[in-house]
Design a protein around this ligand. Structure first.
Ligand code: ACO
Length: 355
């Protein structure tokens, strides 16, 4: 049995907000933003999270040559759905006509796509489902305080998607473990990596969280109108909707935990870092990515980035980058990709993919 990525897709809104545009809104400069973050512009949606998710999904399904009716599972990693309910995944299901799919959203902020991918693949590995659509989609532009220059410069909107399929070994050799091997000599990109412990193109993963540090990156939800809830509880005093962030804390958290989780994952998979073709990291800040590369003693060229164009698109950043690289022909059969996400929660994690 293998789990394959059979299609990727992404969507970013047309409307572009450049650093120069932001200079008109808050006291900042293109030079400051570029130097501290690497961001040059970001996209802003006028249609919302579901519309972006649907567009990314359609593109992924088209590449996968998979009909929406063939999907068994749709998971959307998002923390900025258009409504509290129904979930974004259900709205995507309705728009696509994927009547047979189980659908739910997964809230893990910027780790949302990674956690959704891992969750979907566990369902596929268990045999419960055959085909899963995994989406990361976020509209952070509606959560930032546009008068707060320390946060509003960072984020943009977008969506990315991937279709995963469980493929049974058909007529392949039987391995030492008694299971069929579809690709006994590894000629199709060497994807039967024994060291990965199972016959899957989706390798092992690690997911972590530290709920005790939720205040570092926080966004209050719907105001609590229930008169029985104590004043000091929940969102009453915090009000709805604006993000607050301790930027330096997030920075420190990211540059410590991302190399740690990547190193732990590579050790678990018995793959040396030199064997990783690309480290596809959540696109939060160029300086964070450069610090991770340095700590891992890996060349920065192995850490692709598109944050200059899109800013931090939260749960969408990893699948947008993956799709762009895929469509640009930068991913070759057999490439080992290490994905790592981090964000509010705090949450963080890493996953290996064998392309
Ligand atoms: N333009 C100009 N000046 C600014 C701006 C701005 N947009 N924002 C802050 N400043 C000022 C500050 O007021 C401060 O001025 P002061 O020295 O007079 O007080 C000065 O710049 C330095 O501020 P710092 O906060 O120390 O700047 P820092 O170098 O830490 O950069 C930043 C700030 C970019 C936010 C950085 O901390 C960072 O990238 N942190 C990680 C944030 C992040 O990635 N968050 C999201 C990740 S998780 C997720 O994706 C949800």
């Amino acid at each position: 049995m293998e789990i394959k990525v059979i299609g990727t897709g992404s969507y970013v809104p047309e409307r572009t907000l450049t650093n120069e545009d932001l200079e008109q809104i808050v006291e900042t400069s293109d030079a400051w933003i570029r130097e501290r973050t690497g961001i040059g512009s970001r996209r802003i949606t006028e249609a919302g999270t579901t519309a972006m998710a649907v567009e990314a999904a359609k593109r992924a399904l088209e590449m996968a040559q998979t009909a929406p009716e063939a999907l068994d599972l749709i998971i959307v990693g998002t923390s900025t759905g258009d409504c509290l309910f129904p979930g974004t995944a259900c709205e995507v299901q309705a728009a696509l006509g994927a009547a047979g799919a189980a659908c739910f959203d997964l809230s893990a902020a910027c780790s949302g796509f990674l956690f959704s991918l891992n969750t979907a693949c566990v369902y596929l590995e268990s045999g419960a489902y055959q085909r899963a659509l995994v989406i990361g989609a976020d509209t952070l532009s509606k959560t930032v305080d546009w008068s707060d220059r320390s946060t509003c410069i960072l984020f943009g909107d977008g969506a990315g998607a991937a279709v995963f399929e469980r493929v049974e070994a058909a007529g392949g050799e039987t391995g030492a473990d008694g299971r069929k091997r579809a690709d006994p000599d590894g000629s199709a990109g060497g994807r039967m990596q024994k060291t990965w412990g199972h016959e899957s193109r989706v390798g092992p993963f690690i997911m972590k969280a530290d709920g005790g540090r939720g205040e570092v990156l926080h966004c209050a939800g719907t105001p609590l109108r229930n008169p029985f809830i104590k004043e000091e509880t929940g969102n009453k005093e915090k009000g709805f909707g604006y993000m607050t962030m301790n930027g330096q804390e997030v920075f420190r958290f990211a540059v410590k935990t991302v190399p740690e989780v990547l190193e732990a994952l590579l050790e678990k998979a018995e793959v040396p870092p030199e064997d990783i073709r690309y480290f596809i990291l959540h696109q939060a800040n160029e300086r964070i990515i450069a610090a991770v590369a340095k700590r891992m003693k890996q060349p920065i060229e192995k850490f692709p980035m598109n944050l200059e164009r899109y800013g931090n698109t939260s749960g969408a950043s990893i699948p947008i980058l993956l799709d762009e690289m895929n469509r640009e022909g930068k991913l070759a059969r057999g490439d080992k990709l290490a994905l790592a996400g981090f964000g509010a929660g705090l949450t963080w994690g890493a996953t290996l993919l064998l392309w």
